[in-house]
Design a protein around this ligand. Structure first.
Ligand SMILES: Cc1cc2nc3c(=O)[nH]c(=O)nc-3n(C[C@H](O)[C@H](O)[C@H](O)COP(=O)(O)OP(=O)(O)OC[C@H]3O[C@@H](n4cnc5c(N)ncnc54)[C@H](O)[C@@H]3O)c2cc1C
Length: 638
């Protein structure tokens, strides 16, 4: 496997401009003959499909939901970053770039991150032009708030529903192209395999989830925009349907899978409340703009929070990190909450929670302003817990939220399979070992609206003479048969355990051993545990129904089967990385103060895994990360 990141020559701040000036183009007449498959209609997929169609390509777009606008992106709450410097508080492209590199604990690629910061401002203009109702100040200008790991206010938002509003914008753009006949939309279709011909991605096999029917689709190029895989942990803030299947099929067809163990645990989620819970709810990071996090100073203090006087509260983030206070990055805030709870200072019935308190903000700003900023999040919290955050602090605890790992891509966003692209959360992204808040929406839309439309032309300009390949080609037939056989195997298994029960057990292993902290011996043990559980799954799982009709249990079984293989790879990746960085906290490698201790000498690389067979060990390929502009230092938010 060859990893060529294809970073353009020249100074960092000129790379993208020079690239765009020189990149080969495809003429309008040729664009009409080129077909592109886009899997996924979240912010990344919808923005890419609509932009490519607007440019003149023939696009086919797929999602497994009943409508493109139900993609998981709709759940995003807090905001989207952009280096507009509207607040005149010292922001710039360089600062957004620097914050992202530092926030990612120096484990991302400089050139890609700089480009992301560069195009961030255009995203806001694009979305405003689409009518996205960003929050505005009294005078009518766009408002901003702060997110973790930065000292400026660069986050644009639409109350606590930013993802929904942005997705409505992208969905409108997509709908326009559907109506014009430039995009053919396939809702309720799940991609079950990539088809490769002569080493290039040339199509996909999809399954109609309503009828069970398999279909073959040719494309000159295939774009995956299939989101993150946090649901491997079973409990996460992701939508229940989010999964790794598309990326996993790509991995099995030769695309390198990068940094699979880099998971983001978000510090402010509603704590787990019982054994049979299957979903966790995020309380947006934006709440940390005004909410203050604390625990009682006394261990096991079970008075109600309002009875605990100010001097008996430990605002531990403000104490430990005075420069950033409650707005330290997520990995730092999550570990600090875990540390307090492990030491016995946690609150609530389980002791696995800390307080997020708005009393101070309400006294300072008034209830109306707090409600205007966070009202829908407060209502959601109230509905789920029965507590009113206006009068009593929220209880929160860290939970799995985002996956920085994903398919390796070069500067063009192409995977190691020619013609196969990955954008949005499903690629290994620009976020290194820890993503900063409000940067996922920025990355997804940067990839879809502003980067891929240029880079894909470079590949397609060499493909203008390729006529569409008939889908009775043996590569299509083989891929479809393999997918059908796998489903039949699941249905005919006749075991005695539900898919859900296996998923829950797998999630527990992944959370316990590859969650907020990891260590060598438990990672080694977990690899064996997962293997054994996977064997049991294939022996004992019971999937009812058939594959000729709507059967969500069958869909889930296929996704969980892939999670088993992914879980094992995550353990291997975490085991191989003998350092702590960002969200990857190896207990053996920490500073005296309990902060992540990187080993830049040996681990300044992205780990990229090559599939060799389900029961074979994958091969690790390293992409060395070269920091020419920012010099890695011990990350400090003190
Ligand atoms: C609760 C929550 C709040 C968040 N808030 C913020 C925020 O405020 N700011 C921020 O920057 N980030 C936020 N994030 C992260 C952000 O929402 C996601 O990273 C981002 O939306 C992912 O977008 P995407 O387009 O890559 O994928 P998604 O939106 O997950 O879309 C994936 C698409 O792929 C399709 N798909 C997947 N697999 C297949 C398949 N096999 N076949 C066919 N289709 C398939 C799905 O149908 C879907 O259309 C939040 C995340 C969560 C969980």
């Amino acid at each position: 496997m060859i990893l060529d990141s294809k970073i353009p020559e020249g100074p960092l701040e000129k790379k993208w401009t020079n690239y765009k000036s020189k990149v080969p183009l495809v003429s309008p007449a040729n664009k009409r003959n080129l077909e592109i498959i886009v899997i996924g209609t979240g912010l990344a997929g919808a923005s890419a499909a609509s932009s490519l169609a607007e440019m003149g390509y023939k696009v086919k777009s797929f999602c497994f939901q009943d409508s493109p606008r139900r993609a998981h992106s709709i759940a995003a709450q807090g905001g989207i970053n952009a280096a507009k410097n509207y607040q005149n508080d010292g922001d710039s492209i360089y600062r957004l770039f620097y914050d992202t590199i530092k926030g990612g604990d120096y484990r991302s690629r400089e050139a890609n991150v700089y480009r992301l910061a560069e195009v961030s401002a255009s995203i806001i203009d694009q979305c405003v032009a689409q009518g996205v109702p960003f929050a505005r100040e009294y005078g009518g200008t766009l408002d901003n708030r702060s997110f973790g790991g930065v000292q400026v206010s660069r986050t644009f938002y639409a109350r606590g529903q930013t993802g929904q509003q942005l997705l409505l914008g992208a969905y409108s753009a997509l709908s326009r192209q559907i109506a014009k006949g430039n995009v053919t939309m396939f809702n309720r279709h799940e991609m079950v395999d990539i088809v490769k011909i002569d080493g290039k991605a040339r199509g996909v096999i999809v399954r109609n989830l309503l009828t069970g029917e398999f279909n073959r689709h040719f494309g000159h190029a295939v774009v995956l925009a299939t989101g993150g895989y946090g649901n491997v942990y079973y409990l996460s803030t992701n939508a229940m349907g989010s999964n790794v299947t598309a990326a996993w099929k790509a991995y099995k067809k030769g695309a390198a899978f990068s940094n699979p163990c880099f998971t983001q645990i978000h510090p402010t989620c509603i704590p787990v409340s019982g054994e049979y819970q299957s979903k966790l709810t995020l309380m947006s990071e934006s709440l940390r703009n005004d909410g203050r996090i604390w625990v009682p100073k006394k261990k096991g203090d079970n008075r109600s929070p309002n009875e605990i006087p100010e001097e008996e509260r430990d605002y531990y983030l403000e104490r430990r990190y005075p420069a950033f206070g409650n707005l330290v990055p997520r990995d730092v805030a999550s570990r600090a909450a875990k540390e307090r709870c492990d030491e016995g200072y946690g609150v609530g019935e389980t002791g696995l929670a800390v307080y997020l308190d708005f009393e101070n903000a309400i006294n300072r700003l008034g209830k109306d302003i707090v409600s205007a900023r966070y009202g829908n999040l407060f209502a959601m919290y109230d509905k789920i817990t029965g507590d009113d955050p206006y009068s009593t602090p929220m209880r929160i605890f860290p939970a799995v939220h985002y996956t920085m790992g994903g398919l390796w891509v070069d500067y063009d966003l192409m995977t190691t399979v020619p013609g196969l692209y990955a954008i949005g959360e499903c690629n290994f992204s620009d976020h290194g070992a820890n993503r900063l808040g409000a940067s996922a929406l920025m990355q997804g839309l940067a990839d879809g609206y502003f980067v891929l439309p240029y880079t894909i032309g470079k590949y397609l300009s060499e493909d203008i003479r390729t006529a569409p390949i008939e889908t009775d080609h043996e590569a299509f037939v083989e891929a479809e048969n393999a997918a059908k056989e796998r489903n039949e195997k699941l249905l005919n298994n006749n075991g005695n355990r539900s898919v859900e029960s296996f998923h829950r057990d797998l999630g527990k292993i992944v959370w316990d051993y590859c969650g907020m902290s990891r260590n060598e011996s438990s990672l080694i043990a977990a690899i064996e545990d997962i293997k054994q559980l996977r064997e049991k799954f294939w022996k004992d799982v019971r999937v009812l129904g058939d594959q000729k009709s709507y059967n969500p249990e069958l869909d889930k079984a296929g996704r969980v089967a892939d999670f088993f293989e992914l879980g094992e790879l995550m353990m291997r990746d975490a085991l191989e990385r003998n350092e702590s960085c960002g969200g990857h906290f190896r207990e053996e490698y920490q500073t005296k103060e309990g902060e992540a201790l990187r080993d830049d000498e040996r681990y300044t690389f992205a780990s990229n895994w090559e599939f060799k067979g389900v029961d074979e060990s994958p091969i690790l390929h390293k992409e060395d990360l070269d920091f020419k502009t920012v010099h890695p230092t011990q990350r400090s938010y003190k």
